[in-house]
Design a protein around this ligand. Structure first.
Ligand code: C2E
Ligand code: MG
Ligand code: MG
Length: 707
């Protein structure tokens, strides 16, 4: 802004306050000289008249003789200043009153002149200077005021220092961010007012002002900078410092502009936390696990240490989820997460890479046995009931353990090895742990090769059904046949369903295979009927995948039609857990099957999570008591009680009860004693090929078998 102004730009009206009319005349004459003026002079004789005139606008300057009729001495000046604080005042002094004129100067008069020495020239020069100076002052004030308002209204904090690093200015934002008021902060060393540390190391951070002054250029703040306030509060800040120059370009200080990024930084922290953690349990996710594991391996390699990876998988979590609902399933996962975390050290990592799997990294392992101890602790901790929404939920886990350096050199291999070992633990009956062994890899490879050949087994006609008779325990007659699938593998020979049904389930091959089984069993039953054999129903096992399939009902209907088998000669075996998953929709599918005329059996009864009230609502004909109960019969008396309880439970539901896995005469005797309706097992016959079953149907089971 241009602060140099021509006095002619301003109004030049003067107020002369002079008690002596003669003096007034002289002065007016001097001011009338057009060479130096002209000035427009209004003249009054008393201070009281001056007040009145000053109350109106338009006076550029005042000339005053301090000795007036109504006021004398410095008093006059004081009163005048109060009345017109912004109007420049020139004191006219008599020769003996110079000391009073000096006092007035100190109190804010612009200048004074001795009356005796007045000339037109000196008077007008003094007045011009005075008016001009006041105008410049005014302009500066306005500019400063504008800067002030601007600085105070922006959100950024602004703080400036002089060359020696003392605070010269803070705006409002800087006051509230630093916690220092301007008055307190002024002239203090900036390091005191603007105390910053590096958020990562918590070491004092270099003040950017020093750097800006030293390098004479704008510099940024330390990344992750934190400002510490006098009250101890911390706030994350961000921004830059720049040097201030004088007119000659010399650095005279610095200014720093900064703002609060606490919220933004918290948000970005939250985002990166979310990206690396599982939202349900807040445990590290696969990404973070990989990161931690990779670091742990590097450190173990450097220090010659070992570490262990525990792959923890919930047993039959899907059943729990399906029968109790996802909300409870989620709570269970949270509860498992909590218990796992409580069982490891702070330096270990419990992660949830997904689903019902947890991976635990034990980073400081002395002996591999320590991992076994940890796995055992986890097994015990997790099997205690989980109290969730009025339910006592029971769950077991299977754990696979791999160790570095033995079982893998990188994160991926170690986790894979632990996973393989976990599969082995599942196969060994669940609720236990297994250490990884190289031969497990061979099995995993085998599984992979099975997967490959399984996909071609259907078209290559490698499947065959065997049939196992069900026997009426009172009369010994064959009451039905259970169709059991076998895979005649070209190289491996006969493969039992336990080895390939789970693979077929995982790979989606079970649907076409199941269709084949159903069709083949119905075709065979029709063939037996057509051959004039005694009509008995054939039972087909249906897995969850098939039962849940949208096309299931239609498939059954189409196959019955195609093979011309009456529905009453088909029985479908479904396990308890299959039925209990989505019990509501199960009921409607079962009802539709029943309406079709198909018979229904609950397979492996007693091993699942049956709810009797549901079972009662399902239109079921048969309960097949699981082999494990039958096996217990001969073990000891207590176990026998359980078996008989299961049998009588079935009877109380008014269902046909079939005992599975009858192997001995004693078992048979017990079952007969309990009035169990039917039995199935090696004692009567192993599953046999169709021709042999036809013979059995013709000849019957030997009389002696049941007597
Ligand atoms: P499951 O339905 O409970 O079938 C009974 C299993 O017990 C059969 O095993 C049978 O061979 C066996 N078994 C019968 N009597 C005795 C005995 O006295 N002692 C012993 N130890 N075992 C006996 P298998 O054929 O290996 O089938 C195993 C499971 O595979 C079946 O259990 C069934 O769940 C499933 N499965 C078999 N065939 C099919 C099929 O076509 N489709 C589906 N989805 N699953 C099938
Ligand atoms: Mg069965
Ligand atoms: Mg069974």
């Amino acid at each position: 802004m241009n602060t140099k102004m021509n006095v002619n730009d301003f109004h030049n009206k003067l107020l002369l306050i002079e008690g002596d009319p003669a003096d007034a005349k002289v002065i007016q004459a001097a001011l009338a000289d057009v060479r130096y003026g002209p000035f427009d002079v209004e003249s009054v004789r008393q201070l009281s008249d001056a007040y009145e005139r000053l109350g109106k606008e338009g006076i550029a300057a005042v000339l005053v003789d301090l000795f007036l009729p109504d006021s004398q001495g410095i008093e006059t000046f004081n009163k005048l200043l109060l009345a017109a604080p912004h109007v420049p005042i020139l004191v006219l002094s008599g020769p003996g009153d110079e000391d009073i004129a000096m006092q007035a100067l100190q109190r804010g008069a612009q200048d004074y002149l001795l009356k005796g020495e007045l000339t037109s020239h000196s008077l007008s020069r003094a007045l011009r200077n005075m008016i001009e100076r006041k105008a410049v002052e005014e302009a500066l004030f306005i500019e400063k005021e504008r800067a002030q308002v601007t600085l105070n209204s922006i959100g950024d904090a602004v703080l400036s220092t002089d060359i020696s690093g003392n605070v010269t200015y803070l705006n409002h934002a800087a006051e509230s961010l630093t916690g220092w008021s301007r008055e307190e902060a002024l002239r203090r060393p900036v390091a005191e007012v603007f105390q910053i540390i590096d958020g990562a190391t918590r070491q004092p951070a270099r003040n950017p002002m020093e750097l800006a002054v030293q390098q004479n250029k704008t510099v940024g703040l330390t990344a992750n900078c934190i400002l510490i306030r006098p009250d101890g509060l911390e706030c994350a800040i961000e921004d830059s410092a720049a040097p201030i120059h004088d007119r000659r370009g010399q650095v005279t200080g610095a200014v720093i502009v900064f703002h609060d990024v606490t919220a933004a930084r918290a948000m970005s922290f939250r985002m990166s936390h979310l990206a690396q953690h599982d939202s349900l349990t807040d445990l590290p996710n696969r990404l973070l696990l990989n990161d931690r594991l990779t670091r742990a391996i590097a450190s173990a390699r450097r220090n010659g240490n070992r570490l262990a990876v525990l792959f923890v998988d919930l047993d039959r979590f899907k059943d729990i989820n399906d029968s109790l609902g996802h909300a409870i399933g989620d709570k269970l996962l949270q509860s498992v997460a909590e218990r796992l975390v409580a069982r490891v050290r702070n330096s270990d990592t419990v992660s949830r890479p997904g689903g019902d799997e947890f991976v635990v990294l034990l980073s400081e392992l002395e002996h591999p046995e320590d991992a076994a101890v940890c796995a055992k602790k986890m097994l015990t901790a997790l099997t205690a009931p989980h109290r969730i929404a009025q339910h006592d939920v029971h769950v077991t886990v299977s754990i696979g353990v791999s160790t570095y350096p033995e079982d893998g050199q990188d994160a991926e291999t170690l986790v894979k090895s632990a996973d393989t070992a976990m599969y082995q633990a599942k196969e060994n009956g669940r609720n236990n742990y297994e250490f990884f062994r190289q031969d497990m890899n061979i099995r995993a490879v085998e599984r992979q090769s099975l997967e490959g050949s399984l996909s071609r087994a259907l078209e290559r006609h490698e499947f065959v059904l065997h049939y196992q008779p069900k026997i009426n325990l009172e009369k010994g007659a064959i009451t039905g046949a259970e169709a059991l699938i076998r895979w005649l593998h070209l190289d491996r020979g006969l493969i039992p369903p336990a080895q390939f049904v789970p693979i077929a389930e995982d790979t989606g091959l079970l649907l076409p295979i199941g269709q084949w089984v159903l069709h083949e069993a119905c075709r065979q039953a029709r063939a037996w009927l057509d051959a004039g054999l005694r009509p008995v129903p054939v039972a087909v096992n249906i897995s969850a995948v098939e039962f849940r399939d949208k096309g299931f009902l239609e498939g059954v209907r189409a196959i019955l039609k195609d093979t011309r088998l009456e529905p009453r000669y088909l029985e479908l075996e479904l396990t308890e857990s299959v039925l209990m998953q989505h019990a509501e929709s199960s009921a409607s599918v079962l009802q539709a099957l029943k309406t079709m005329g198909v018979q229904l059996a609950v397979d492996d009864f007693g091993t699942g999570y049956s709810s009797l009230s549901y079972l009662r609502r399902f239109p079921i004909d048969t309960l097949k008591v699981d082999r494990s109960f039958v096996r217990q019969i001969t073990a000891d008396a207590d176990d026998a009680i359980i078996a008989s309880a299961v049998i009588s439970m079935g009877k109380s539901l008014k269902l046909r009860v079939v005992a599975e896995g009858v192997e001995t005469r004693e078992q048979l005797a017990f079952l007969q004693d309990q009035r169990c309706d039917e039995g199935q097992g090696y004692y009567f016959s192993r599953p046999v090929v169709a021709e042999q079953f036809a013979k059995l149907l013709g000849t019957g089971i030997s009389e002696t078998a049941i007597n």
